[in-house]
Ligand binder design. Structure first.
Ligand SMILES: [Fe+2]
Length: 381
């Protein structure tokens, strides 16, 4: 138990099927002129049109910035901030990338700070425009995290971490995740489970009882729901959206570690979606960590997978890694790096890149040397 900890989250979390239809009332704090930050994929679903018509009926003027792409580069952030000029509020609508860009646009549109000076922890100070975030995937939990990730250069990622990025309102409508493709549901769902697992086991000095409690509840929901959510069961969709939000709250305050550190080079170099990158290395990192620190994983195992009750630390952690790999496979995710045409001779370069993720590696229960990262990639290949 830490002597001191800080727990920040979004001040208003609004959850329920069909809430998008009540957007006009709920978005009132954004003021009379709202920029919607989203992507082209979501434009095609009609969800953005529903948001626009709800706001328009209430007399709220809307602009749309719909050019967000996965792993958004700095240019996209600048363009969204530019589009926000004159607006009174920002509505981020979409997956994690759209929400991350919306957070930064709300801050940069004010013109008090520039992007290069806000990278890192606590450098973004605001003020920012009023901000509402509506996720359409159950994965990143970005609607309750104080983090935005930006791609700088060809593949490097930088984070802006500051409580000022927490939105005023997180609105979660599980109906918006209905019909999300199976592969995206599976990958984003595993990402959310990794957030809970890494938050629970994090060696961050700010690991705290609230994060651990949230992680347990998140894994209880998502362990039971993921496979059914992939089959588009509405109740499971709701459990996944709730679980991913709880996991987001957990890791926003007890940050993630080596699974994410090893996932980033896969996504950066080979354009593999973030959740799938995590799924590919997850069991191997857990097996590596369990050599010195099996306890947290053995504790989590029966919450995510009730049949894993009553096992000792080593046995429980091993069974947990196995059950997670099985779950990802049953959800249709490819199990090996080679399945994604990642060449074996790229692994040393990826291991080198992993070592740059010091922000994440510092939270890992077992120290990761470059040779360890390489061995984990080889096991995952
Ligand atoms: Fe993640």
């Amino acid at each position: 138990m830490p002597d001191t900890f800080t727990f920040n989250t979004s001040p208003s979390i609004q959850f329920g099927a069909g809430l998008l239809d009540d957007l006009a009332t709920r978005a009132a704090p954004l003021g009379p002129w709202v920029l919607i930050v989203t992507d082209q994929g979501l434009m095609a679903t009609g969800i953005v049109d529903r948001a626009i018509s709800a706001l328009t009926k209430a007399g709220i003027k809307t602009e749309v910035y719909a050019d967000v792409i996965a792993d958004p580069p700095e240019a996209i952030v600048h363009a969204a901030a530019q589009a926000a000029q004159g607006c009174t509020g920002i509505l981020g609508l979409g997956g994690g990338s759209s929400l991350d860009v919306a957070k930064l646009a709300a801050l940069l549109a004010k013109g008090h700070q520039m992007l290069p000076e806000i990278y890192g922890v606590g450098n973004a100070r605001g003020p920012r425009l009023p901000l509402m975030l509506i996720p359409t995937t159950a994965g990143t939990g970005s609607e309750v995290t104080l983090i935005s990730i930006v791609t700088t250069g060809a593949s490097e990622k930088m984070g802006v971490v500051s409580p000022v990025l927490l939105p005023d309102i997180a609105l979660l409508d599980p109906d918006l995740t209905l019909g999300l493709p199976a592969a995206t549901t599976a990958a984003t769902g595993i990402d959310a489970m990794v957030h809970a697992i890494e938050a629970y086991a994090s060696t961050s000095p700010n690991n705290n009882p609230l994060s651990r409690m949230l992680a347990v509840q998140a894994l209880t929901l998502m362990g039971a729901a993921l496979e059914r959510a992939v089959a588009n069961d509405p109740t499971a969709r709701a459990d996944m959206l709730l679980g991913s939000m709880l996991a987001g709250q957990a890791f926003a305050n007890s940050p993630v570690a080596a699974v994410h550190a090893l996932a980033y080079p896969i996504g950066g170099h080979f354009k593999v979606p973030h959740g799938l990158s995590n799924a590919l290395v997850l069991p191997h990192v857990l097996r590596f960590n369990a050599v010195t620190t099996p306890g947290p994983y053995a504790e989590l195992a029966p919450h995510a997978f009730p049949h894993l009750k009553g096992l000792g630390p080593q046995e429980g952690a091993a069974a947990f890694a196995e059950a997670l790999a099985d779950l990802a496979a049953r959800c249709g995710l490819p199990p090996k790096l080679r399945d994604l045409d990642i060449p074996e001779d790229a692994l040393p370069m990826m291991a080198r890149d992993t070592m740059n993720q010091t922000r994440l590696l510092v939270n890992n229960p077992r120290e990761v040397a470059e040779a360890d990262a390489l061995a984990i990639y080889q096991a995952a290949w």
